[in-house]
Write a protein that binds this ligand. Structure first.
Ligand code: NAP
Length: 331
């Protein structure tokens, strides 16, 4: 169940994307859209109902909530077993002690994204910009658990540029345009841009100056099309994974059946640009970013065409007129 209080446009986009992704893989999703004037009591009452509902296995209350509602009370009200966002202190504790439980979607997805793109975190200098409970702190913790050496930066950090220049991996979760510029990035560094901002022209963009930084970076995530859809994909994968631990989240039997059909690489089949765009390793700067999914698609297409041509050549002799005749078709 997704609960949205108020009419924040960014939150509406997040909620709709989560809903669409659930529908795409056969997970029933229930939305509760409440007005911006909703009282704390009314929201807590709804959460209590969702906690008690055996047909609801995950509860996402889209943050931030309006000012009259205490965010902490909301988080504490959600049953930790249904807290798919990993906001509840029980799950946060598990995250920090390496225990079993939900991991927060964006931070967990970032780790997966780096690893699946063929990069190792172990021993790397990792700089996380932002220390929010939602992104900064948990991603720093997960990077450390992957044996990275982590520095957390925030609005009071001195010499941010200098600290970033020493980083092999930079995760920016600030929410400000051009927080990371090309002069702050070491050649070959990995850039994960979590920020969701609008530039002067009103265009969606991240924290990183993508156009200039991509000339230097070893790998970089675009905005839009990077961390955003990856977060939604991670949420769905968590539900898929939980089929192996049904007591953990309690996925319904019929839902499990549908989930079994999702291939592991479903992010690509859904068209999500999950992988980090890789800068071509041809020694030349300024080469374009390329998504692994697209390359795989082209390779598959070429292989299929070659096989089809080989089979056609062997099995379709030409008729006397030199045209392909169906009568000569050898099966
Ligand atoms: P947040 O709670 O506002 O935290 C922002 C952090 O950035 C704070 O820790 C703040 O430091 C730090 N900061 C602010 N200005 C800074 C500066 N000039 N230099 C260094 N650090 C600075 O934000 P959030 O919830 O973590 O989200 C961050 C961004 O990620 C937002 O744009 C949000 O929309 C986006 N986001 C995207 C996704 C996704 O799925 N794509 C998911 C979550 C969030 P202080 O602590 O000192 O104030």
């Amino acid at each position: 169940a997704v609960v949205l209080v108020g009419d924040d446009s960014a939150s509406q986009v997040y909620v709709n994307n989560k809903k669409k992704a659930c529908e795409a893989v056969g997970i029933r999703s229930v939305s509760h859209v409440l007005s911006g004037g909703t009282t704390e009591e009314a929201l807590l009452e709804l959460i209590a109902k969702l906690n008690a509902d055996k047909d609801i296995h995950g509860i996402l209350v889209q943050m931030p909530v309006p000012k009259q509602i205490d965010e902490r009370k909301v988080i504490l009200a959600i049953d930790p077993k249904k807290d798919v966002d990993c906001f509840h202190p029980v799950n946060v504790g598990n995250l920090h002690t390496g225990g079993e439980g939900f991991l927060p979607c964006t931070p967990a997805g970032i780790i997966e994204l780096i690893k699946r793109s063929g990069h190792s975190i172990e021993g790397k200098q990792c700089v996380v910009i932002g220390r929010s409970n939602i992104v900064g702190k948990p991603v720093a913790m997960l990077l450390m658990q992957e044996n990275g050496t982590v520095t957390i930066c925030h609005s009071r950090t001195r010499n941010l540029a200098e600290i970033c220049r020493g980083a092999d991996i930079i995760v920016s979760a600030v929410g400000k345009v051009n927080t990371v510029t090309a002069d702050m990035v070491k050649e070959g560094a990995i850039l994960i841009d979590v920020g969701m901002n609008r530039n002067e022209a009103g265009k969606l963009c991240g924290d990183v100056d993508f156009e200039n930084v991509k000339e230097i970076a070893g790998a970089i995530t675009p905005v839009p099309g990077g961390v955003g859809p990856m977060t939604v994909a991670t949420l769905i994968e968590k539900l898929q994974h939980s089929r192996k631990n049904p007591e953990w989240i309690g996925i319904k039997k019929n839902c499990k059946k549908i989930l079994r059909w999702i291939p592991l690489t479903f992010r690509e089949s859904q068209g999500y640009s999950f992988y980090i765009g890789k800068i071509r390793k041809n020694g030349r700067k300024g080469s374009v970013c390329m998504k692994k999914g697209a390359l795989k698609g082209i390779v598959c297409l070429v292989v299929i065409v070659v096989i089809w041509m080989a089979v056609s050549f062997r099995s379709k002799p030409l008729s006397e007129e030199g045209e392909i005749s169906l009568e000569n078709f050898v099966v």
